[in-house]
Design a protein around this ligand. Structure first.
Ligand code: AMP
Length: 400
């Protein structure tokens, strides 16, 4: 079902409430990576360039005590946003009340306002995270239209995304996706629900247990599912192979066996691995085929596997990738992830999507992200999307 997007709205003279994902790293009042703020700019600019009033709000970290408020105020975010937009941003240090309402009443078309961290509302009975109905209704009362651009929280049902959306719709006010949200729905949604074939999924990372929902769902949809990373060795164990001291989830070996039986030759496992005696970059390491020798742990896929995976990928029209192929944080075990990332960049005829979390960090750190079609901004949200679950934040957006 196609969702309403910000470009479908008439924002002129309107008070446009916009849920952004400004959950950026802040240390001693200084913002580290401002990617998430930058990612929201197209939607904010669209609203103000079309003479709307942009009233922004986001959560930042987890607010558990009164003391947390000092470190988790949105004030520095408002300053950075103002620098990026090249215009003033009114910061309101409140999540409700007269000061906020007066500031909104004073806004002119094209103005931008950011109010305080929505999770400050969690101190009083988890009103934000618990999706308190009254809070959603209050926020909805502050504006004429609601735009949700926070994909990273779309898998959560909070007052600032689902609560407000529900109240807006009940009041016959439109609820639309921002451009960032629209892009995530388009690429992740299309890849899973309507992929061009051959569709190949690459799943890596540490644990089978984290990815079981994704494996299950994508086995139904994809033509091939490539498995790499630490979870490979739970599958090796399921095949009765030796795994040395490699990462293994003993209680998931049975499940891995069931998956292998069900999947037949759809699942592609690495045929060789880079192994070391310790989980350490600076110890001797070597490539072994098949079984992992006693006393060794597998920390990356080997060169033969890279070639075999590339062979599976070369004709793909859709590729979804979630989870690194090895311990990419250590240079000696980054090769598998790096080479697969580089190879995906050469597939100009395919839609190549990185599904968030550690995989996003990996492609960024290794500098292979530029040539891929889409790198998801959501970790948990993209994983749940790939599991085929309905995300409440997206479900709450009006249909066209
Ligand atoms: P995930 O969050 O499940 O995507 O897992 C990502 C983590 O898996 C990264 O921190 C990698 O270092 C780790 N990882 C990948 N391959 C291996 C491996 N062979 N052994 C241990 N950890 C691994």
């Amino acid at each position: 079902m196609a969702k309403l997007t910000v470009s479908d709205l008439d924002v002129k003279d309107k008070k446009v409430l916009m849920r952004v994902d400004f959950n950026v790293p802040v240390k001693n009042g200084v913002i580290g990576d401002d990617n998430r703020i930058v990612a929201a700019l197209p939607t904010i600019k669209y609203i103000i360039e079309h003479d709307g009033k942009a009233i922004l709000f986001s959560h930042l970290g987890r607010v558990k005590t009164e003391d947390d408020k000092k470190a988790l105020t949105m004030r520095p975010v408002a300053q950075r946003l103002s620098d990026l937009l090249g215009k003033p941003v009114t910061f309101v240090p409140a999540t409700r009340g007269k000061q906020l309402e007066d500031a909104i009443a004073d806004m002119k078309d094209g103005d931008v306002l950011l109010f305080e961290n929505t999770r400050f509302e969690d101190l009083d009975g988890k009103k934000e995270s618990g999706n308190d109905q009254e809070l959603g209704q209050y926020w909805a009362s502050l504006g004429d239209e609601f735009v949700n651009d926070a994909f990273g929280t779309a898998h959560r049902s909070h007052a600032s995304n689902v609560g407000i959306a529900t109240a807006m719709k009940a009041a016959n006010k439109p609820v639309a996706a921002g451009f960032l949200m629209e892009k995530e729905i388009k690429f992740l949604g299309n890849a899973v629900d309507n992929p061009k074939h051959p569709f190949v999924a690459i799943l890596g990372g540490a644990k089978v247990s984290d990815k079981i929902g994704v494996i299950d769902h994508l086995l139904d949809k994809a033509d091939k599912v490539i498995i790499g990373g630490g979870m490979t060795y739970t599958f090796y164990a399921a095949k009765g192979m030796k795994i040395g001291t490699s990462l293994v989830e003993k209680d998931k070996v049975g499940l891995a066996k069931e998956i292998l039986d069900k999947a037949g030759d759809k699942i592609v496992l690495p045929s060789d691995s880079v192994v070391a005696e310790k989980f350490d970059n600076d110890v001797p390491h070597k490539v072994v085929e098949g079984d992992i020798p006693d006393g060794y742990m597998a920390l990356d896929i080997g060169p033969k596997s890279i070639k075999e995976f590339e062979d599976v990928l070369k004709d793909a029209k859709t590729v979804v990738w979630n989870g690194p192929m090895g311990v990419f944080e250590m240079s000696n075990y980054a090769e598998g992830t790096l080479e697969i990332g580089k190879f995906l960049g050469t597939l100009t005829d395919a839609t190549t999507i990185v599904g968030g979390g550690d995989s996003t960090a990996a492609v960024k750190q290794l500098g292979v992200g530029d040539k891929l079609t889409h790198i998801s901004t959501g970790g948990g949200a993209s994983l749940e999307y790939l599991e085929g679950k309905e995300l409440p934040g997206i479900a709450a957006i009006s249909n066209k």
